[in-house]
Design a protein. Structure first.
Length: 198
């Protein structure tokens, strides 16, 4: 297959033709089978070095124009694959390397999970005198299970707190509950979990 894309940022084994990129995008939608944002797909392919950012973005737009993808939620900017897109994915998936397909789907699922965690566990950063307040909320569906505000002196620390909180809100919740209830078994288990990530 002829290479007809920019190869900036593409790792060895990445896709270098517009047809392959379009096929891979359709394959991801068909395989993951949930509506997704354009940014999620483009980021997934770029993060793994599977395709050039601009080529991914352009290929996504091409698929929308040809009605292989359609906007199904305008407010959330979610797209889904159409029947013609599924046909492309299933007829041409063998033209893509197995490792490329697996990496693309793995990264997409990881980004979707990250989006879910950030949506359900909100962190807000508010400028105050001499620093920032970082408010973290752990959701239990219709209610907050835990909500706290932490003061930090600068924006970089605020962003670090947000990033680390979003890595595993459930682990944070379990640790706090174990400490507050003085449940020795739960505290020991929480400390083991914390030790494994430090």
């Amino acid at each position: 297959m002829a290479f007809d894309t920019f190869d900036e940022g593409i790792s060895l084994g990445g896709v270098r033709s517009k047809t392959e990129i379009r096929t891979l995008i359709c394959y991801i939608f068909d395989r993951v089978s949930v509506p997704m944002k354009k940014e999620t797909i483009v980021t997934a392919l770029q993060q793994k070095g599977l395709a050039n950012y601009f080529e991914c973005s352009s290929s996504f737009d091409d698929l929308c124009k040809s009605k292989n993808l359609e906007l199904v939620d305008e407010e959330k900017k979610l797209y889904f694959i159409t029947d013609s897109g599924k046909l492309i994915a299933r007829q041409l998936e063998d033209t893509l390397a197995y490792t490329v397909k697996e990496k693309a789907c793995e990264c997409t699922l990881s980004l979707l999970e990250k989006e879910r965690i950030e949506k359900e566990n909100v962190v807000t950063i508010t400028k105050v005198d001499n620093g920032y307040n970082v408010t973290c909320s752990i959701s239990g569906g219709d209610m907050d299970l835990l909500k706290f505000t932490l003061y930090v002196p600068d924006i970089n620390q605020a962003r670090i707190v947000r990033k680390n909180f979003h890595k595993n809100p459930q682990q944070f919740y379990n640790t706090i509950i174990a400490m507050l209830t003085r449940n020795k078994g739960a505290v020991t288990e929480a400390l083991k979990d914390l030790n494994s990530i430090l």
